[in-house]
Write a protein that binds this ligand. Structure first.
Ligand code: NAD
Ligand code: WQD
Length: 337
């Protein structure tokens, strides 16, 4: 069993990962400033797991706070989720994104080094690939992020790689998530975006519940089965399990690895919509709109590398992704509020 510090632990993916870590018997501390989350998620995780993570409120840009946590908790590994993630906002406030995501990670890595913590698992994103030169995206596909958010992920990947290479005992696992959706099957924790959601699944959910009037489908002239955008959606509980596998991998091997985390199976916007209609048992109104600026037509993960190195594969299908999202939202129409 390991002692694991989870930055951004109260967030959507962090809370599901802490649940999986606690259930597997690990000792966990969450470090989060709640800029995009609430500690309520962690209270619910503790009830579900029957054991609790230690909780610290703090900012990864605050080196003093980080040092205090490392000195007190002495973690063997860090799972690093903390960061800002809104693509559109990153174009309006690029420096905020670079400070938070890049400088914050520098502070974290320095603190890790100072306290001899040698394993890091980092939340990267498939957004680093940009437009596909071929599909599915494998980990050697050229990197070409098209917005500041994506660039923070690409830069941090390089920074972690250099940090690991400079320290023979260190290990890093850079996980490039595709499109995380779904919720824990209990319906007690899930995604709780603030304001009007930008992402497809939370938007569809709010149309289904009547909080928003209709879905705008961004483009129907892509080269896909039905012309709408295709993505590799992955259930958040599968993603959580991938972090456990990545942590054991980091424990057993030095050096830096980059791995896609997806299913290898794509769904279009209209397929997602009909999957959700089945889950919610109702029709969901939509209108075809122009393409959204910066969107790619198709994104799909090559999943063999994660399967080979981590012995992990996604298990949940689209039905489970839609059912668990609807279950969470029906039970918590205002999220954690
Ligand atoms: P989230 O916003 O729910 O979680 C991020 C957490 O980090 C939040 O709890 C937030 O309060 C915290 N945080 C932000 N800045 C912080 C700081 N400076 N100090 C301490 N805590 C801070 O997002 P999520 O969907 O759970 O994503 C987790 C990570 O995965 C992020 O790094 C995100 O960029 C990455 N990612 C997410 C997706 C996705 O679609 N959800 C896809 C690829 C990668
Ligand atoms: C999915 C599909 C849209 C909303 C984003 C980030 C990426 C990663 C995951 C963090 C696309 C279409 C959407 C709507 C629609 N996050 N859509 N109507 O753009 O693949 O990825 O989240 O790392 O960085 O860019 O996800 O859910 O926004 O869109 O038609 O109201 O749904 O055009 O085809 P995306 P998404």
């Amino acid at each position: 069993m390991a002692k694991v510090l989870v930055t951004g632990g109260a967030g959507y993916i962090g809370s599901h990962t802490i649940l999986a870590l606690l259930r597997a018997g690990h000792e966990v501390m969450s470090f989060d400033n709640y800029v995009n989350s609430s500690p309520e998620s962690l209270r619910r995780v503790a009830k579900l797991a029957g054991s609790a993570a230690q909780i610290v409120r703090g900012d990864i840009c605050d080196r003093v706070a980080l040092d205090a946590v490392f000195a007190r908790f002495v973690p063997e590994a860090v799972i690093h989720f903390a960061g800002l993630k809104a693509v559109g906002e990153s174009a309006e406030k690029p420096l905020e994104y670079y400070r938070n995501n890049v400088s914050g990670t520098l502070e974290l890595l320095e603190s890790m080094k100072a306290h001899n913590c040698r394993q890091i698992i980092f939340s990267s994103s498939a957004t680093v690939y940009g437009d596909a030169q071929y599909l599915p995206f494998d980990e050697n596909h050229p990197i070409n992020p098209t917005n500041p958010y994506g660039r923070t992920k690409a830069f941090v990947e390089e920074i972690i790689r250099d940090w690991v290479n400079s320290w023979p005992e260190a290990s890093g696992v850079l996980l490039r998530y595709f499109n995380p959706v779904g919720a824990d099957e209990s319906g007690r924790i899930g995604e709780d975006p603030r304001g009007i959601p930008n992402n497809l699944m939370p938007f569809i959910t709010r149309v289904a519940s009547g909080q928003l009037s209709q879905l705008g489908v961004f483009g129907d002239d892509y080269e896909t089965r039905d012309g709408t955008g295709e993505r590799d959606y992955i259930h958040v509980s599968d993603l959580a399990d991938a972090h456990l596998a990545a942590q054991s991998f980091a424990e057993s091997k030095v050096g830096c690895e980059v791995l896609n985390v997806g299913t290898g199976v794509g769904a279009t916007v209209l397929e997602m919509l009909s999957g959700f209609e089945r889950a919610a048992g109702k029709k969901i109104p939509f209108e075809i709109m122009p393409r959204r600026l910066g969107d790619v037509g198709r994104s799909l993960a090559a999943v063999e590398r994660a399967a080979d190195l981590l012995n992990w594969r996604a298990k949940h299908d689209l039905t489970s992704m839609c059912n668990t999202t609807w279950n969470w939202h029906s039970k918590n129409p205002s999220g954690y509020d």
